[in-house]
Design a protein around this ligand. Sequence first.
Ligand SMILES: *[C@@H]1O[C@H](CO)[C@@H](O)[C@H](O)[C@H]1NC(C)=O
Ligand SMILES: *[C@@H]1O[C@H](CO)[C@@H](O)[C@H](O)[C@H]1NC(C)=O
Ligand SMILES: *[C@@H]1O[C@H](CO)[C@@H](O)[C@H](O)[C@H]1NC(C)=O
Ligand SMILES: *[C@@H]1O[C@H](CO)[C@@H](O)[C@H](O)[C@H]1NC(C)=O
Ligand SMILES: *[C@@H]1O[C@H](CO)[C@@H](O)[C@H](O)[C@H]1NC(C)=O
Ligand SMILES: *[C@@H]1O[C@H](CO)[C@@H](O)[C@H](O)[C@H]1NC(C)=O
Length: 386
Amino acid sequence: MHSSFFISLLFFIHSSYARYEPASLESVESLRFPSLSPWPKNDMLTRRATNTTPNKSLWLLQDTYAGQTFFDDWSFYTGEDPTHGTVTFLDRPTALAQNLAYVTPDGKVIMQGDNSTWLPPGVNRSSVRIQSNKWYTGGLFILDLNRAPWGCGVWPAFWTLGASTNWPNGGEIDIIEGVHDNAHNQVTWHTLDGCTLTAPGNFTGTLVGQTTCNALINANSGCGITDWSRVSYGEEFDSQGGGIYAMKWDEQGISVWYFYRVSIPQDILDGVPDPTGWTTPSATLSSQSCDPFKYFYNHSIVFDITFCGDWAGNTYATTPGCTGTCTDHLQNPNNFVNASWNINSLKVYRKQQLVGTVSNAPRRIYESFTFTWITSICALVVLLTS
Ligand SMILES: *[C@@H]1O[C@H](CO)[C@@H](O)[C@H](O)[C@H]1NC(C)=O
Ligand SMILES: *[C@@H]1O[C@H](CO)[C@@H](O)[C@H](O)[C@H]1NC(C)=O
Ligand SMILES: *[C@@H]1O[C@H](CO)[C@@H](O)[C@H](O)[C@H]1NC(C)=O
Ligand SMILES: *[C@@H]1O[C@H](CO)[C@@H](O)[C@H](O)[C@H]1NC(C)=O
Ligand SMILES: *[C@@H]1O[C@H](CO)[C@@H](O)[C@H](O)[C@H]1NC(C)=O
Ligand SMILES: *[C@@H]1O[C@H](CO)[C@@H](O)[C@H](O)[C@H]1NC(C)=O
């Protein structure tokens, strides 16, 4: 009677304190979160605080571009195509009126080239080029898309561009880009002199040519990497439902991932992306050989579709799948039925460092796990010797 009471008490003391382990868990109190509400506080903000734990980081949602209001946050570029495409970029009212930019009733964002007008030779085909009104220096950019434009003579890009008018000051990051019936996406960086790509490096793709990213030499080619996947661009990309392109720009450098729709990481679907758990990127520009904030800053995000021009025009004749000349090809609207973007969302996350400092709040001794064990053992000794 007497001893079973002590043993029960002992188990009660032990289990009730052991469950919490309060001495080894600390909430990180040095965070400066403006909005904590969407975050599961205990899971995300509580960590083991020891002196050897490295700092961690979280990516917090900053901007969502999606749905019926998508075009409100973008400007329609109407200047000449700097890459000399046979294209006219329409202003917002004209693009909307001609259905080259619209949002479907179920929220899919469409941008496309004109697929209905027959043109005389050499006349520009209408298309769209938009840029975000916001600028970013660093971030995690996650594009969920069902289709990207492709076809002979077609040259689309999803990219970010420094706000400086003096290109390539501020740099350029081409995330999705290709021409004709390409199957492998190409990621390219264009910078001032001094930035180079470390290859081989932490990426699965193939170096295109030079490792210098200097945009001012070798016909502005920059430094590029093609995706190893045969479905990262073009017909197969579209036919298997697109997927996710993610671009991470932080102090480690700039990396791009492509995820098939069937293999999107769960943390992306959950809205709490954690690139540290993802596979090796398709393409990486390491900070070891290029300062990601010296050569890249103040970027707006751009989507465009151009035709022929410096890349698609100059490579047309040597592309086996494309017949005739790019100029001839451009006349027939039926050649441009696949020249369209179909986007579910573009989300931009910003990095929040979790600094590994330990709270100095005084801790009451009876909360200690060790204390619980010591009292339990003492109680057992008292019990057995009585
Ligand atoms: C964590 O971040 C703080 C503040 O930026 C820095 O002083 C400290 O060295 C970092 N610790 C580690 C382990 O990286
Ligand atoms: C057609 O495009 C070219 C190159 O982008 C441009 O120089 C020209 O002004 C355009 N022509 C018309 C009629 O818009
Ligand atoms: C590749 O990743 C490893 C592990 O994170 C790192 O130590 C190394 O410096 C990286 N290499 C480059 C070229 O960035
Ligand atoms: C980036 O843009 C901001 C806001 O306009 C400006 O204050 C800043 O000087 C720019 N940064 C650089 C490096 O040009
Ligand atoms: C458009 O895509 C469909 C489906 O992949 C393909 O059969 C067709 O040949 C393409 N047309 C053009 C002009 O690229
Ligand atoms: C051409 O564009 C219109 C407007 O977006 C679209 O409804 C139509 O399906 C396109 N035509 C073809 C043949 O894809």
